[in-house]
Every structure is written in structure tokens, then in C-alpha cells.
Design a protein around this ligand. Sequence first.
Ligand SMILES: Cc1cc2nc3c(=O)[nH]c(=O)nc-3n(C[C@H](O)[C@H](O)[C@H](O)COP(=O)(O)OP(=O)(O)OC[C@H]3O[C@@H](n4cnc5c(N)ncnc54)[C@H](O)[C@@H]3O)c2cc1C
Length: 467
Amino acid sequence: MKDPGRIVIIGAGPTGLGAAYRLEEIGFERFLVVETKGFPGGLATSYRDSQGFTWDVGGHVQFSHYSYYDDVLDLVMRGRWLSHDRSAWVWTGGRFIPYPFQYNLRYLPEDQRQRALEGLQNVADEKKPKAKNFAEWIEATYGQGLAEIFLYPYNEKVWGYPLETLDSHWVGDRVPPPDPERIRQSLAASRDDNSWGPNRTFRFPQRGGTGAIWQAVAASIHPSRLLFDTPVDSIDIQNKRLMLRNGSALTFDHLITTMPLDLLCARTEGLESDTEELALQLVSSSCHIIGIGLKGPEPRALAGKCWIYFPDANSPYYRVTVFSHYSPDNVPPGGEHWSLMAEVCESPFRPVDQKQIESQVITAMQEDGLITSANEVVSVWHRRESHGYPTPFLGRDQVLGRLLPALEQLSVFSRGRFGAWKYEVSNQDHSFMQGVELVDRLFGRGEEVTLNNPDLVNSGHFRRRQE
Ligand SMILES: Cc1cc2nc3c(=O)[nH]c(=O)nc-3n(C[C@H](O)[C@H](O)[C@H](O)COP(=O)(O)OP(=O)(O)OC[C@H]3O[C@@H](n4cnc5c(N)ncnc54)[C@H](O)[C@@H]3O)c2cc1C
């Protein structure tokens, strides 16, 4: 085994905990996790509001691509799960359409259905040149009809940037490609088709929201190795030293950092100017989570639904989760309450009015038939995450391809959702495994497949086994 010396990990989110978990598993003790907040979980934390409603930072679902990850979660959660059938929908033009949209065209009005089918046919007939950006990729893959009816407006709402400025290489199998034969069959049979992709069922903690998972993972790590309430203010790269807000310093031989890469570079003294300039090119969007706690009967149309996508312009949100369906513990006891959780993107192209957004969400929910009356609202919870989505901007891979190795030369390994800035491998399972795989690499035990080969991981053909 190589000895990497003393390892410090910045951040006790899924990535930092993945690294810490693996270090303990292989019997390495010279490491420490430093975390700004007083608790673990990062963006996968859950919060309980003053009215007794529990909220995640947006609808968090376990989509696992790894048996190792499943095994760890089984071990730490000890069966404290609820299981759900995934039921995802799109709300557009005043109707619910099962997701994936393209396989359920029978729900569209006749003119839209024809436009969508024509576009799909054109895609099948024509050989288009390679897409130069995400907008072109959408049209080349789904055709103009589907692009205009759903995919352009929805993706503009999620990403908050013009789709011509985004790359398409990240997509992999995250978005199901259309299969014309399957579309024709479901139209002919007049039946719903919502059996896309992996994870047709998903599990959710019985109590405490998604954050309960990361509390449980953190509880499996020796407490002396987790330093909470300890923000890292700056990094002195020449002396391999972290300056902590509490005035003390920590030295390291290897630094695993999961804080946003742009902030890391801005707070690191002694970087080459090239590296600093690369970091300035990183693009991201912020995310507002607005939890609406309700008392009264839930509209019948929401029965059994997990989450709904919203492409239309009337609503500020791109997705709403019926969060009370995930666990009865997400709402106060007594059976009278239920809850909706909206996600709103903020970017320079989609500014959000901080003061108005809560009432805008409630108004749109009434328009969309999600709530009958504002009088039913008994709680409003609002959280803004400045780093919400790592944007797959054009040129991202070139920037990361220079930035991450430049930091590694300095024994700094930046991983995770905003540490490595790769949206396609930034879910909880990917993030946890980025931490695990990095440790394996540092100890000469394995490679970083998730970071370097997202398509392989997302294809489902790769499920890393526990040694
Ligand atoms: C709206 C939304 C919806 C999502 N939905 C899903 C989903 O359905 N399924 C899924 O699997 N994943 C989902 N995710 C992704 C999931 O939240 C991430 O995969 C995961 O949290 C990333 O883990 P991480 O450790 O890389 O980063 P983070 O969770 O961001 O953790 C980084 C940690 O570093 C700490 N930190 C930062 N700076 C410092 C500093 N200077 N000093 C000390 N500590 C610091 C932070 O406080 C934080 O705890 C979603 C994310 C969002 C935003």
C-alpha cells in the first residue's frame, strides 16, 4: 500500500463522506474531515421547519449505479427505508402527461402530436451533422416538434442559460433517446409508457428525509475524524496548509476537496495565474427550494404522483415534488397535512425576485391546479443554494481537463458535484463513489472510473463490486 501521508477532506457531503468511509474501511487513520456546517449531508441534507414539515434541498431520489453504494446504504440504514414506484409526469397546456414525454404523445392535442411525430420522422430520415451545442442536439435527437413543445422550454427553465451555450456530451443515458417503433406502438395501443431507464422503483428513508442517509453514513465514521462548524477560509498551497475560520491551521500531504471548484481556486493562495483564469470560466446556476406545507384534502389529480416537470412559462418552477408521498414523516402527524416542494433555477439569464418568489410559487401552484386555495398553506420554507447546478457549458471539458490536473500537481484533488463540476456524475451515488474511487486511486487500489468515464458508469454496465 502506498502511504499518502496525512489526508484532509474539505466537506462532509456525500463525496467527502465517501472518501472518509473508504479510508476507514481500508484501515487508514491519518485523515480528518472539516465541514463548515454543524451537520453532514451537504446538498443532500434535510431540514425540518418550525411547523413540523421536513424538506430536502429539492427532490432527492436514490438512483444507484453501484452495488458498493447500495451495500453501504444497506449497512448504515439497517432497513429503515420506504419503497416507491416512480411516477413522474409533465404538466403542460393544462394536462398531465406521463414521463417520458416522447412515449406518451397520445395525451397531446392532435396538432401538437402531428408536429412531434413529423419531427421524429425527419430525425429518422435525415442524417444531421454532429450537434455543436445542446440546442442542436435536442433537435437532432427528438426533432423540431418535441423540441419546441417540451424540450426547449423545459431545459431553458432548468439550466437558466441559452441552450446554444451548453454542451451535449454530458447527456449519456440520463435522457432516454426516442425509439420511433416504441412511440408508434404506444400510440397504436393507446397505453401509457413510463418504464424508462434504471430505478423504476426507488427507496426513501422512513424518517428524517434524504439527510437521514448521510447522518447514518457520518455516524459510521469515527467522531474524532469529523470536525463540524469548521469553515476553511483559505488554502496556502505552498505550505500545504488550510487556514480555518477559528484562527487555527491544518497541514496536509493530500487534500481532498469537495467545496465548489471556483471558490476553492478563489481562496487558494499561490496558484498559477493560468489556473486562476481557468476557474473563472466555470459556469453554474443557483437553486431555490420552496417547500409549501398544506392542510386539507390533496387534489385527486396528484394521487400517486412523485414529481412533475413544468415546461410552461406561467410557473417559476421547473419541477415540483409531492414530498408528502415520500414519507408520512415529511409532514406533521395526524393525517391532515401534505406537502409540495418546488425547485426554481436562478442565473444571470433567469433572475429571481427573492422577496416575491414564494408568493409567485403559490400563485402558479393554484393556476396549475396543485393547490385549491392559498388558505390551505400552513407553512412556507425557502432555501437558496448559490451553487445548485454545475452547468455543462461549452468548453467545460477542456477547462476541467486542465484545471483538475493542475491542482493534482499540488496534491489537491477536487471531487464531487461542484468539486469536479460534471453534472452527469453529480448525483449522490456518483458523488459518494467519486470519494471512494479517489481513495482507491491514492492507495494504488483502483481507478477513478466515475470521474473519467461517466458514460460507462451511467450505462448501467458498470457496477463496482466491494473488494
Ligand atoms: C435541486 C437538487 C436536486 C437533487 N436531486 C438529486 C436526486 O434526486 N438524486 C441524487 O442522487 N442527487 C440529487 N442531487 C445531488 C446531490 O445533492 C449531490 O449529489 C450531493 O449533495 C453532492 O455531494 P458533494 O459532497 O459533492 O457536495 P455537497 O453536497 O455540496 O457537499 C459539499 C460540502 O462541503 C462543505 N463546504 C463547502 N465549502 C467549505 C469550506 N470552505 N470549508 C468547509 N466545508 C465546506 C459544504 O458545507 C458541504 O457540506 C440534487 C441536488 C440538487 C441541488
